[in-house]
Design a protein around this ligand. Structure first.
Ligand SMILES: C[S@@+](CC[C@H](N)C(=O)[O-])C[C@H]1O[C@@H](n2cnc3c(N)ncnc32)[C@H](O)[C@@H]1O
Length: 302
């Protein structure tokens, strides 16, 4: 198949890749939600264009080497069903670029939307001196938090040592080694006695049934980053039960429950959770203050 436009322009090749991806009926959801955006991403990577400047490069001509690279990349995406983020070893989160590979989930937490605005109005601009990011994976939330709160120190925890190696690359890329401490731990275990103004978490929350029917793209991600027991609540329930002990009295917990949100509502039906509505109209992230966690201590089994 050849590009539909005569010129070997970026525009023509984006169109070609888009139609190839559509034809192959891939699943999107790792940084893009449609074939056009993903095609643009692949072209930018193969040609070496900063995606932010794509519009001005629209009529640029691809040389033979670029075209070969792009064809190979596109065919690899189609054949392996690997997310483009792994093929390009890059992902964007909260407007920031991150290194990623198959040791970590591809960053896409809805918490990023709120971090770009400093979690306003839920967290005061000067309100975070100490932060804790549980289940940090690539470190994307920890890095975005450190940049949103420039005087904050962050502890970033993961149970997977390999994931922490990826987080280390990202922390170094943003020169945040002085402010982000990477901690190998099962949730709060290694930070006993510490108190934080902000706890963020995008934990695993996919239930058993959903895990069994994941599209191939998601099977390239570490299962430990997704699977969380029968109803997807295994890790979330542990976080809710322990978070208060690690928050200051004015502290806040920001937790993504994603597809496990309905199960969470059912499991704790006496709690009126505050859900943040995101740009796409979904409400997968909850906010609980230390005071609310105190009020709900009995319901949370503390
Ligand atoms: C959904 S991924 C989130 C990664 C990253 N925060 C993001 O938003 O892209 C969940 C992460 O939790 C980690 N994890 C799973 N169980 C854990 C546990 N008990 N304690 C700490 N981290 C855990 C996994 O290794 C994985 O990196």
């Amino acid at each position: 198949m050849t590009p539909v436009q005569a010129a070997d322009s970026v525009a023509a090749w984006v169109q070609w890749v888009q139609s190839r991806l559509e034809q192959a009926q891939l699943t999107f959801g790792h940084g893009t939600d449609n074939a056009f955006d993903e095609a643009a991403w692949l072209v930018c990577h193969a040609v070496g264009i900063d995606p932010a400047t794509l519009e001005s490069a629209w009529q640029r001509t691809l040389d033979g080497a670029c075209r070969d690279r792009l064809r190979m990349l596109t065919e690899e995406r189609v054949r392996t069903r690997k997310p483009t983020a792994y093929l390009t070893q890059s992902a964007w989160f909260a407007g920031l670029r991150f290194y990623v590979d198959e040791r970590v989930l591809v960053p896409r937490s809805y918490i990023g939307e709120w971090l770009q605005d400093g979690l306003a109005p839920w967290v005061a601009p000067q309100g975070v001196q100490r932060g804790l990011d549980l289940c940090t994976g690539s470190g994307c939330i920890a890095v975005a938090t450190a940049l949103a709160f420039p005087t904050a120190s962050i502890d970033a925890i993961d149970l997977c040592a390999d994931a922490l190696e990826v987080a280390r690359i990202n922390v170094a890329a943003y020169e945040l080694e002085e402010r982000i401490r990477l901690v190998h731990s099962d949730l709060f275990a290694a930070v006993a006695g510490n108190r934080y103004d902000l706890i963020t978490a995008n934990p695993p929350y996919v239930g058993t049934e959903a895990m069994a029917s994941l599209p191939p793209e998601y099977r390239h991600e570490p299962a430990a980053a997704l699977a969380a027991g029968e109803d997807g609540l295994d890790i979330i329930v542990r976080i809710l039960g322990q978070a208060r002990r690690f928050l200051t009295d004015s502290g806040t917990l920001v937790l993504e429950a994603g597809s496990a949100a309905p199960a969470l509502e059912r499991a704790f039906d006496s709690i009126a959770f505050t859900w943040l509505t995101c740009a796409d109209g979904t409400s997968p992230v909850l906010v609980l203050t230390a005071a609310e966690l105190d009020e709900q201590a009995a319901a949370l089994g503390r």
